[in-house]
Design a protein around this ligand. Structure first.
Ligand SMILES: Cc1ncc(COP(=O)(O)O)c(C=O)c1O
Length: 403
């Protein structure tokens, strides 16, 4: 090549932004003595390695001819049946369910199905940058809606949608993470879920419900998903599409998730998959199917919960012990994150540099907001990855840097 390859980049590649979070993780990874609350990773201690090793061997030996062949783009039929059973939705048709390469993949195909470049997606602010990036990859413009302790505020959502409707902006869908949200750890209660559905109905917009943490509940009662709520209480089965993932319960390296929604949405999503990933990994689907069929999943999830609950509690206790007055934080009922709000005027982007010098890491809150909506005095702390015995010391180091 004589000319620079970069000159040939598409406009979307040329304008692609670097992931700040990945850069932060690079700075903190493998540094001796560093206590990192920055990553969003599950603990490898929770991966069922021995069981999966046996099941992979078993599946390749017994079903190798089938699982090493090209598979169906909407996912393996056997696995789909197992999922319907496990999720207690036997009534779901095959056209309403699609297996995906992790839930990021589901989020991308959902967006690809509805969004042309310049269309708007309304999301929580703060929200999960990975999903926002997947949506932006389709050309979506993200508009954030303010949250309170129960997640996205319905009245604010209504105001935002009214304004966008008045100016004839092309809004395509509402994206929410109602349970143990990344990054805040907040959970919508039943009433809040109803209210969000009602606003979506008022403006006749679909909802994408992202639920990767649902199984990781350490306290409080399980709440019906927006997806089920819309189908049952609102008799509106096409309103909500749900994306779920095996990343946080079996391991993100398996890249396995699924989406359930109306055939009018799942159908085109499958067509996008045909053109790109062709199919999810066939062996992994059958392995996961066996994992569930053999009754291993429920027990495994209970074990993970017992692994994470003490970590959450240790972090909450340490925050209580060390944080100065004026600092507040969320008390998540599950998931992997605690969201800390510092006094007005504290800039966590700057604090991050000092924290690294003192061998403790977090992600500054500004990294979780749609462009232009950033707030400076917040941070996300992850409690799933660090060792239980390092949490107290990490929070002590962090608190010592605060005014
Ligand atoms: C809210 C949220 N959605 C989606 C994902 C992506 O998960 P997956 O590994 O299934 O693509 C994550 C991962 O951290 C997440 O936090």
């Amino acid at each position: 090549m004589t000319r620079k390859i970069e000159e040939l980049y598409s406009k979307s590649t040329a304008s692609m932004r670097h992931s700040f979070i990945r850069q932060i993780l690079k700075v903190t990874k493998g540094v001796p003595g560093m206590i990192s609350f920055a990553g969003g990773l599950p603990s490898p201690d929770t991966f069922p390695k021995a069981l999966l090793a046996d099941l992979f061997a078993e599946v390749i030996r017994e079903e190798g001819d089938e699982v090493l062949q090209y598979g169906a783009s909407d996912g393996d039929k056997v696995f789909k049946e197992v999922i319907k059973d496990f999720e207690e939705v036997p009534y779901l048709s095959d056209e309403e369910l699609m297996i995906t390469v992790g839930s990021t993949n589901a989020i991308y195909y959902f967006t690809r199905t509805l969004v042309d470049p310049g269309d708007i997606v309304v999301c929580e602010a703060p929200g999960f940058p990975g999903s926002l990036a997947a949506m932006e990859a389709c050309g979506a413009r993200m508009i954030g809606v303010e949250m309170d302790d129960l997640g996205m505020i319905p009245e604010r959502l209504r105001q935002v949608l009214r304004k966008l409707t008045d100016t004839r902006e092309p809004v395509k869908f509402i994206y929410v993470i109602p349970e143990f949200q990344n990054p805040t750890g907040k959970t919508m209660d039943l009433e809040r879920r109803r209210q969000i559905i009602e606003v979506a109905m008022e403006f006749d917009l679909p909802i994408l419900e992202d639920q990767p943490y649902r199984e990781l509940r350490y306290s409080g009662k399980r709440i019906i998903t927006l997806w089920e709520l819309a189908r049952t209480e609102f008799n509106d089965p096409k309103r909500v599409t749900i994306a779920k993932s095996f990343s946080k319960i079996l391991g993100p390296g398996l890249r396995l998730g699924f989406a359930a929604g109306p055939p009018e949405i799942i159908g085109p999503m499958v067509k996008w998959a045909q053109k790109t990933t062709v199919s999810p990994d066939c062996a992994t689907q059958r392995v996961t199917a066996r994992f569930i069929e053999k009754g291993l999943m429920k027990e495994h999830i209970s074990r993970i919960i017992e692994h994470y609950r003490p970590k959450r509690d240790a972090m909450l206790k340490a925050l209580e012990r060390y944080m100065p007055d004026g600092v507040t934080w969320t008390v998540p009922e599950g998931g992997m994150f605690i969201w800390v709000s510092l006094k007005e005027g504290v800039d966590t982007d700057k604090l991050f540099e000092r924290a690294i010098e003192h061998q403790v890491a977090f992600i500054p809150g500004s990294k979780f907001y749609p462009h232009g909506m950033e707030k400076k005095n917040e941070m996300r702390l992850n409690f799933s990855y660090p060792g239980l015995d390092s949490i107290d010391e990490g929070i002590r180091r962090l608190a010592a840097l605060l005014p």
